[in-house]
Design a binder for this molecule. Structure first.
Ligand code: FAD
Length: 448
């Protein structure tokens, strides 16, 4: 028989349980479906990253990846009929939109008597399988992480050998769409594909893993793995990373495993609470503002607070922002500008190449104080203290904010203290942090 391997957020050949399952059924047609209703609205950097990753997957299949356009509930059954497939294979999807789409596709396949088979998922431990002793999903990270480690994960597997690939044409419009995505990409992308991801990972292990527990908080340092955009598209599976770290007992490796656990925790929380994608997990009933000019200044990196502006500009230039600065910029929007977190979460998803509904929107809720395990609402990040503490000599700020490049050391964090602080056009602060902090606390008191 013929089996269809329908790729989604699992764009790799190695360590791919669904691909192995499809190959065990017979000849395999490798399929990707571009849904124009999602391709268009996604940010241009993210679309280009997906396009580059698809090109890399296609190259590793010697040009056999079949890419079609349309609603998967129409396209997948049509391709199945076209090639006489008896089964369609996927890695399980957990985001609310993906779950709903898969329900429609499976129903359409049932009508034509084709089996839909889900094997594996984007997570080391399948979402929903770690539970409290009472059988409920975890609401707090630390006990989740403990149970997640106790649960353990499978060993990675190699790419299936000797697969008989089935060939079919891609949609004639696809080449032009991928080219256009690459041409219109506003940023320089990292190298895409499995081999590039592996090199990135090896470089991190050699250069930064041992100091990761400390350096991961310093945005001026290349102290993190930059694996997030690959993990998001499943170019590498976390199981492989965890496998490579086995036996490593150092604080760096421990800390790295914990960060991967955060990714799995947020996926689990979103799965258990689908409404929390765009609504407060725990509603605070706060009063929010919509200060359009201030929101625009935040988006462009022109708030007058150096660490905030550096981060927002890194986001626009790289499609990535350092975690420490994601927290600081999210705090600034929600606590200093009193804006509801989805406004910021949307902007991040439009620009991040690692943009991930669960990690992003729950990262935002953590900062905003509406999420699980949230940092309490009254914890308001001080943008100046954050800058001085985590970018002590101002290197990160000077890298991203050229108007402050003339200020030495930590002076870059406080241009208002220097006669020539504004000599190169850096904007004045749009709000007074001390005052807005009190305002945030007052609103919080009024709501609780
Ligand atoms: P590393 O430090 O090398 O971490 C390794 C991996 O662990 C990451 O690739 C990621 O998969 C995972 N991880 C690390 N920290 C977190 C975390 N706090 N939450 C969940 N997973 C984590 N991460 C995304 O992948 N996509 C997002 O859209 C996203 N949005 C965020 C928004 C906000 C407001 C905040 C505070 C955090 C967000 N994060 C997001 C988490 C984190 O900032 C990124 O995963 C990390 O910066 C990616 O860089 P890295 O791969 O070098 O990380």
């Amino acid at each position: 028989g013929t089996a269809i391997m329908w790729f989604r957020r699992d764009l790799r050949l190695r360590d791919h349980p669904a691909l192995r399952e499809s190959a065990s059924r017979g000849a395999v047609l490798p399929l990707f479906v571009i849904d124009p209703s999602m391709w268009g609205p996604a940010g241009r950097a993210k679309t280009a990253w997906l396009a580059a990753t698809l090109r890399a997957l296609d190259a590793s299949l010697d040009g056999r990846l079949v890419i079609r356009l349309g609603d998967p509930a129409d396209v997948v059954p049509r391709v199945a009929r076209e090639v006489g497939a008896t089964s369609v294979h996927v890695s399980r999807e957990n985001e609310p939109g993906g779950v709903e789409r898969d329900r429609r596709v499976v129903a359409a396949l049932q009508e034509i008597d084709v089996e839909g088979v889900a094997t594996g998922s984007p997570y080391a431990v399948d979402v929903g399988s770690v539970k409290t002793r009472g059988g409920t999903p975890f609401k707090v990270f630390t006990p989740f992480a403990r149970a997640w480690r106790d649960h353990g994960w499978d060993e990675p597997t190699s790419a299936p050998q000797g697969v008989e690939w089935v060939e079919a044409d891609s949609d004639g419009r696809v080449e032009a769409m991928l080219d256009k995505a690459a041409r219109e990409c506003p940023i320089g992308l990292p190298a895409a594909g499995e081999d590039a991801a592996r090199r990135r990972w090896e470089r991190f292990r050699e250069n930064a893993l041992s100091g990761y527990d400390h350096d991961r908080d310093l945005p001026a340092v290349e102290g993190t793995s930059r694996m997030s955009a690959d993990l998001h598209l499943g170019v590498v599976h976390p199981r492989q990373l965890l496998h490579d770290l086995r036996g490593e007992r150092g604080a760096g490796a421990e800390s790295y495993r914990t960060e991967l656990a955060w990714r799995e925790f947020y996926a689990d929380v979103l799965w258990a609470n689908p409404h929390s994608a765009w609504q407060d997990l725990r509603a605070l009933a706060l009063r929010y503002d919509e200060p359009q000019d201030a929101i625009d200044a935040w988006r462009k990196g022109r708030t007058g607070y150096p660490i905030i502006d550096a981060g927002m500009r890194q986001l626009l230039s790289e499609g990535w922002m350092h975690n420490r600065v994601r927290m600081a910029t999210a705090s600034f929007l929600t606590k200093d500008l009193h804006v509801w977190w989805p406004v910021g979460a949307r902007h991040f998803l439009d620009h991040l190449i690692d943009g991930d509904l669960a990690s992003n929107n729950h990262g935002w809720q953590w900062v905003a104080g509406t999420g699980t395990d949230a940092s309490p609402y009254f914890r308001v990040f001080n943008p100046v203290t954050q800058g001085r503490r985590f970018d002590p000599d101002g290197t990160y700020v000077r890298r991203w904010v050229p108007e402050l490049a003339h200020l030495d050391g930590a002076a870059a964090h406080e241009p208002w203290k220097h006669d020539d602080g504004y000599a190169h056009g850096y904007p004045q602060r749009i709000v007074d942090h001390a005052q807005e902090r009190l305002e945030a606390l007052a609103r919080y008191d009024a709501a609780t």
